[in-house]
Ligand binder design. Structure first.
Ligand SMILES: Nc1ncnc2c1ncn2[C@@H]1O[C@H](COP(=O)(O)OP(=O)(O)OP(=O)(O)O)[C@@H](O)[C@H]1O
Ligand SMILES: [Mg+2]
Length: 309
């Protein structure tokens, strides 16, 4: 009986759904709700877009308004940049489901006498969160926020304070960080102060680019530990569900593969109706990459045989 009582008292970690195709599956439901997640990676790998996708989906699908604190791009630039992903930020802002704040790091935030004054930022965040009853916050990027601070100990202390304060506010936070060049990454302190760390990567191999995502850590929860390929396309970020190995997949072929995967995931009746078309697409896509693995050749032959029947 005692054990039963103990078991029933165990609380599942609350999750905040990202709404990003395939990502919630890897995260076991979503990002840690009311806590912070660090999204790190090199230039152009999709940090800003992932943070924005999280806020846009929260606002439009899950009834959770969000605040985007941009330390680099202006609200106009951000709105323009994500329009190609089908995000209408102006409409969300007008409905008070989203607020974008471009914060320029001013003199008051200079490192002085061993302290880093974040009061101005706290005040602005506090007002912004209360104004639209925000449940999600994105901070983009930490390097720009702390650009003027040379002492890593001060950065760590300030980051601790900032994330601790946001936790008390009860919001789910995504912070972005560039890997490799800053004191933050150098001392790996971001990994100690965030509950969840997601790493993004954009690799070029044999003139083909591939984007990859990996959940590096997730305090108190099981998660997918592999690297997963992802795409940035007309509806934002999508994780590829890899059931068949396809070599040298470029972005366009990948997009078609994803479309195919979505069709495969449809209910059985719809699949039955679509299956001749899917087989034709499968053959076309798999013939496209320059090299194919043994397994994908076998799959191609099987699909061709199916077509001839
Ligand atoms: N509509 C789109 N379709 C496909 N890819 C896109 C689209 N819009 C943007 N991208 C890709 O996303 C990349 C930019 O992503 P994002 O701005 O999130 O990167 P980042 O990691 O924040 O970069 P930085 O370090 O420069 O801030 C572009 O370089 C481009 O490759
Ligand atoms: Mg960015």
């Amino acid at each position: 009986m005692k054990n039963m009582a103990l078991v029933s008292n165990i609380k599942e970690l609350r999750k905040s759904r990202t709404g990003i195709y395939g990502l919630d599956e890897i995260l076991g439901g979503g990002l840690p709700a009311g806590r912070s997640t660090l999204v790190c990676g090199g230039p152009g790998c999709g940090k800003t877009l992932l943070a924005m996708d999280f806020l846009v989906n929260g606002a439009s699908e899950f009834g959770e308004p969000g605040i985007f604190m941009a330390f680099e791009e202006t609200a106009e630039e951000l709105t323009e940049n994500v329009a190609s992903l089908g995000f209408d930020l102006d409409a969300l802002v007008a409905r008070k489901l989203l607020a974008i704040h471009h914060v320029q790091i001013g003199r008051y935030q200079l490192e002085e006498a061993g302290e880093y004054d974040l009061e101005g930022l706290f005040l602005r965040l506090d007002r912004a969160i209360d104004a639209i009853k925000a449940k999600r916050v994105a901070l983009d990027t930490l390097e720009v926020l702390f650009a003027r601070v040379s002492n890593p100990a001060i950065v760590r202390e300030a980051l601790h304070r900032l994330l601790g304060w946001l936790k008390k506010k009860g919001v789910t936070v995504v912070v972005t960080s560039e890997r490799g060049s800053s004191p933050l990454s150098h001392y790996r302190m971001e990994e100690y102060v965030s509950d969840c760390v997601i790493s993004l990567d954009h690799r070029v191999s044999e003139q083909m680019t591939t984007r990859r995502i990996r959940v590096v850590k997730y305090r108190g929860a099981a998660h997918g530990t592999n690297e997963y390929r992802f795409l940035i396309g007309k509806s934002g970020i999508s994780i590829l569900k890899e059931r068949a190995p396809v070599v040298n997949l470029n972005e366009e072929a990948g997009r078609q593969q994803l479309d195919l995967q979505r069709k495969r995931d449809l209910p059985d009746a719809q699949i039955a109706a679509l299956s001749p078309k899917i087989s034709v697409e499968e053959v076309r896509i798999q013939q496209r990459p320059p090299r194919q693995t043994g397994r994908s050749l076998v799959r191609t032959r099987r699909s061709a045989a199916r077509l001839q029947r």
